[in-house]
Design a binder for this molecule. Structure first.
Ligand code: A2P
Length: 322
């Protein structure tokens, strides 16, 4: 069934999930309930988003104590950069699952290949000059082994990684293949090389910021001077949308699906929440796929670029890209 990725052991992961970053608790609870009503079953959060409790409340209301309904869901959360040390992994995982109010999560990801300094109670520790407190001693393999161990508890069904580069992905695979890879992918940053590598390795990819996260892009523009167009307003995207009587967002998401990826668009608007999962009854032509492929800017299109964090260049895992 094209709507799902089949993971090891036969579990099905819906290819369209609901992204939850950067929404207030109240707005998030409401939009998660709307997403459930619209048919979303895959929900993506992270310890670092500080919204697991709100997501958990909305999910628990829907589950209503029925194990069969819990089984319908695919819930993803992530180890925060401040927990990227083997000895901290169990503690951070426990905190996540407690806040989510679930007995197990379906997928647990290493959020980043670098670490922030562990400061209890502060997931985003900063230096006096405002830069992040980066821990330069991250041992990626040791953290991955600790994450893999979580599976023994039965409280996590699958484990994977996010934001790694190809070399890092191969290194992790030498220990054990991640069940899933979550990376930034959208029309400006198409990740052709990484996608080819993950396909070779047989690792399904979920695209974050599939619509180009315009707010995040604008914030980065201020720092770097790079200009990011609004993907939803690009003439070629609008023209293809008109041809199919769809919205630009649906065209961009359909493009992501036809590239073989999953995607986790975020929205707090009920109409757009519905739109973003109504993608299975139209198809882009080869010509349209080629026109959208031509929008790629490679590394210059990357929005979530950790290399811009001051002090990062000294990190042994730098530059976190390909
Ligand atoms: P909103 O919550 O008002 O819908 P990404 O997932 O790439 O980070 O994109 C999220 C951004 O895209 C949010 O600002 C969201 O705003 C907007 N968005 C989500 N879905 C749609 C859509 N179908 N049409 C237009 N904008 C959308």
């Amino acid at each position: 069934n094209e709507k799902y990725f089949e993971l090891n052991g036969g579990d099905q992961m819906p290819r369209i999930g609901f992204g939850t970053w950067q929404a207030s608790d109240e707005v998030l609870e409401k939009s998660v309930s709307e997403a459930l009503a619209a048919g979303y079953r895959h929900f993506d959060t992270a310890r670092a988003y500080e919204n697991e409790a709100a997501l958990g409340r909305a999910l628990s209301r829907w589950i209503g104590g029925e194990p069969a309904k819990r089984k319908e869901l695919f819930v993803v959360t992530k180890l925060p950069p401040g927990g990227n040390r083997p000895d901290l992994v169990p503690e951070y995982f426990n905190n996540s699952i407690k806040d989510l109010g679930l007995d197990y999560v379906d997928l647990y990801l290493m959020h980043t290949p670098f670490a922030f300094v562990h400061v209890p109670g502060d997931l985003h520790p900063k230096n006096p000059d405002g830069s992040m407190k980066v821990d330069h001693s991250t041992d990626l393999i040791a953290v991955w082994k600790a994450i893999l161990k979580l599976k023994d508890s039965g409280r996590v069904r699958h484990v994977g990684v996010s934001n790694v580069n190809e070399e890092q992905l191969r290194r992790l695979c030498a220990v054990e293949k991640p069940a899933c890879l979550q990376i930034e992918v959208h029309a400006l940053c198409q990740q052709n090389s990484m996608i080819a590598t993950a396909n070779d390795l047989g690792i399904p990819i979920v695209a974050y910021s599939p619509l180009g996260s315009k707010a995040l892009a604008d914030a980065l523009s201020e720092k770097t001077g790079r200009e990011y167009p609004d993907l939803l307003k690009l003439p070629i995207v609008q023209r293809i949308a008109e041809t199919h009587s769809r919205t630009p967002a649906q065209v961009l998401l359909r493009y992501t699906l036809q590239r073989g990826l999953g995607a986790i668009p975020k929205s707090t608007n009920q109409t757009r929440i519905k739109q973003n999962i109504s993608l299975w009854d139209f198809e882009l032509t080869d010509r349209e796929m080629m026109d959208l492929a031509a929008l790629d800017r490679g590394e210059n299109g990357r929005i979530c670029d950790f290399s811009f964090f001051p002090g990062m260049e000294k990190h042994p895992e730098f530059p976190f890209k390909h």
